[in-house]
Write a protein that binds this ligand. Sequence first.
Ligand code: NDP
Length: 447
Amino acid sequence: MSKYDYDLFVIGAGSGGVRAGRLAASLGKKVAVAEEYRPGGTCVIRGCVPKKYLVFGAEFGKALKEAKGYGWSADNVRFDWAVLRDEIQTEVSRLSNIYSNILDKNGADLILERAELTGPHTIKLQDSNREVTARHILIATGGTPFMPPIQGMDHAISSNEAFTLEALPERVMVIGGGYIACEFAGIFAGLGCKTTQVYRGDNLLRGFDEEVRDAVTAGQRLNGINVKFGQSPISVKKIGNGLKVTFEDGIQIGTDLIMMATGRVPNTHGLGLENAGVKLNEKGAVIVDAYSQSSVKHIYAVGDVTDRVNLTPVAIREGAAFIETVYKNNPVAYDHGDIASGVFTMPPAGVVGLSEAQAREKHKDVKVYKTSFRPMKNLLSGSEHRCFMKLITTGKKEKVIGVHIVGDYAAEIIQAVGIAVKAGLTKAQFDATCAVHPTLAEELVTL
Ligand code: NDP
């Protein structure tokens, strides 16, 4: 008989927590997964999944306009936000149920309550006021939007609220220049809102390859988004039915909705981690080693709460690596190198490996191959969007260490290219691969 109620107690039923919880339960461990909101976490409930559906929704509008060049007429087209919003929420509920069922099927207890640590092995369940014990604890509580403390911020929304808006506003202002800001500015503009994206820096997507940043900014502008740089809001005021935003330089802009996409912070506030001696970094993230082990031997953390690479598939891999390490006597340190990712703007960006600046900083002999062209589809549709591709190599053998694409299907293409980059293939091996014609991706083997 174990002296603990559970072998494993997972806090957070998102991508990482559910993967780890169900795998541990499938190995015969006694597992509980606590969730204070809805099973599925950021990805399923208010992130990747509903966001991608909104992108699909916006793309239909774009396709309808562009179809004219292909002989289609689509006059009197109407968009009904309530239909899209509600269909997405139905799908989100279906997926959330799948997350619950998968835990149940594997024999894990799903506890729909907030859980907080009261000691190294004890967890308090807030609603039922129960205390349970566990041999191992996994913190998988994800992140939450950061809202800068400026005057009138309560009039602004974060991406959390964007999915369930009562009605689509006429004018939207998105603050920020990262993934979420770029994607949502594209969504709002694509669904017909007059959209302004305001970023305090000088180009969108800081940290990305400079030319990717240029291409994404150009794409946002071609989509009708008013992109403004070098400005940060200092206050928001409600004026009648609208809002007035004042910026540092004194400029005031009117809008109907403000969405702050100013980053996310690890969800550790009030979790009681200090009661167990778990150390956090200055951003509030759980400090972990390569095996996701915290400063307390039997407490681990995976996903956004550790603020390593904040992406769903990474949390899933970290959760699976935790299982190998703790329950299969096979320590696995998940390799965070060369993780491909996509930014779902219109067109999207897909990147893997180093940017040109990072490559030049790290290596002496860097060679860059690139192209920018108007894709054949756009020649008939009249779209001015271009496709940009860049391949970065190093060494005599020209090992490919970075691939960057902005163009239709970029996020799909980069998944496959990511295999080649992860495998350490060379430019010659790319070139030895026969092209698929006519495609956008063929440029990658003919550069
Ligand atoms: P990011 O960190 O990517 O971007 C945050 C943005 O907010 C930056 O432009 C930042 O500016 C700006 N900002 C921060 N603080 C302030 C402030 N006080 N005033 C004005 N602007 C501010 O965060 P996101 O929220 O967009 O995304 C969070 C993470 O979620 C991403 O890093 C990514 O890992 C993940 N994600 C991935 C997606 C995907 O894979 N497609 C989609 C969405 C999210 P500055 O650059 O100057 O710091």
